[in-house]
Design a protein around this ligand. Structure first.
Ligand SMILES: NC(=O)c1ccc[n+]([C@@H]2O[C@H](COP(=O)([O-])OP(=O)(O)OC[C@H]3O[C@@H](n4cnc5c(N)ncnc54)[C@H](OP(=O)(O)O)[C@@H]3O)[C@@H](O)[C@H]2O)c1
Length: 344
């Protein structure tokens, strides 16, 4: 315990049970990353229809810090379940990972100990071991590294969903707000692969990366409309908002004639009221569960074939999850943050 602030120390190792042989990172209170702690825990047993995966890399996503930030808890009285927080239980963290199957349940067929897999959706992947149903397993392409495999599917399936919702295809000119983020870099590549002209907003230092991945980069901030119009003299036919800013919504409404061709993965009341497509788990939003699940194998294939790059911003040891969250909350990490348990 930090005696001056009274807060728990980041990375605190707390043994909750006798004979613990694995670690899990969880928040111990609502708030910021200083509330993340490493707990000892037994290696889990598989359910009859599930597996235990030894985690090699867990993708870090903004939802992870939002879950214990208190933001969702504040709306808990209105809509606890759809906000992703059940009652007063602190959330488990880690919604995607990649690893090696360590145990299989008695009813499992088609998956075996030693198989290398991507795991999504899953809960509590900030850990040495995680349990998962077989329906969450996608074979890991041998050519994809662990960090990339662990960070591919949440952002990748979200990008597929948002491009589908905005109807992006051949001949379109699509504006991607937040093009250098985890979802943004996926959306840029997938939109270009669909034959669209892609204009992506990002800080100047990420413009070369966006060009490499097939986009025309533009800086966000004052003057955005002029820069986009200069980059797209024929007009913008669709927009995907991955940034969640007022600027992204205003520019999209100004540039795209058909509001059904504007899709956002960041829900705000203004977005819902604007008549655009809002995707996510909030009230009235489109979860896209089927399209996201169906997209997983294709994303793994593309990554395995070298057609889809998973850009890794930084890799942290599992015990340094708080540092990863601090970097993510600062809001300017290009691509994905990843936690690695580092098994011997
Ligand atoms: N609804 C869903 O299903 C769903 C799924 C996944 C994510 N999300 C949400 O979607 C958002 C993006 O997720 P993510 O994983 O891509 O996040 P991320 O990787 O943390 O995004 C970081 C990026 O945001 C960019 N950015 C910061 N300020 C910006 C601004 N004013 N205008 C444009 N871009 C700006 C930064 O670009 P620069 O470094 O170039 O400044 C940075 O690369 C988050 O709010 C997340 O919670 C929703």
């Amino acid at each position: 315990m930090d005696t001056e602030s009274g807060r728990p120390e980041t990375g605190l190792m707390t043994s909750t049970e006798e004979n613990t042989t694995a670690r899990i990172v969880r928040p111990i209170a609502y708030g910021g990353p200083e509330n993340l702690a490493v707990f000892g825990t037994p290696v889990p047993e598989p359910a009859a229809g599930g597996v235990v995966v030894e985690v090699r890399a867990a993708g870090v996503n903004p939802i992870d810090w939002k879950l214990y930030s208190g933001a969702f808890h504040a709306v808990a009285d209105k809509n606890k379940t759809s906000a992703g927080v059940a009652d007063d239980t602190l959330p488990a963290l880690g919604l995607e990972c990649a690893g090696v199957i360590a145990a299989v349940g008695s009813e499992v067929t088609g998956a075996k100990v030693g198989d290398e897999v991507l795991v999504y959706p899953v809960t509590a992947a900030y850990a040495d071991y995680v349990t998962a149903p077989v329906t969450s397993l996608i074979p890991k392409p041998a050519t994809v590294g662990w960090a990339e495999a662990g960070a591919l599917l949440l952002a990748g399936t979200t990008a597929v969903h948002v491009l589908h919702a905005a109807g992006v295809g051949e001949g379109d000119t699509v504006l991607v707000h937040g093009g250098s983020g985890g979802v943004g870099l996926m959306a840029v590549q997938l939109a270009a692969a669909r034959g669209a002209t892609v204009i992506a907003t990002a800080a100047e230092r990420n413009h070369d990366l966006l060009r490499d991945l097939g986009a025309i980069p533009v800086a966000y901030g004052p003057g955005l409309l002029d820069r986009v119009r200069a980059a797209a003299p024929g007009g913008v036919t669709a927009a995907v908002d991955l940034a969640g800013t007022a600027e992204a919504l205003d520019a999209s409404l100004e540039l795209v004639a058909d509001r059904q061709r504007i899709a956002s993965i960041t829900g705000t009341e203004r977005r819902s009221a604007a008549g655009i497509k809002v995707l996510g788990n909030g009230p009235g939003q489109d979860t896209g569960t089927e399209i996201r699940n169906a997209a997983r194998a294709g994303l793994a294939d593309r990554a395995g074939a070298g057609e889809l790059r998973v850009v890794i911003s930084a890799v942290y040891p599992l015990a340094e999850a708080a540092k990863a969250h601090e970097a993510g909350i600062a809001g300017h990490t290009p691509g994905k943050l990843v936690l690695v348990p580092q098994h011997s």
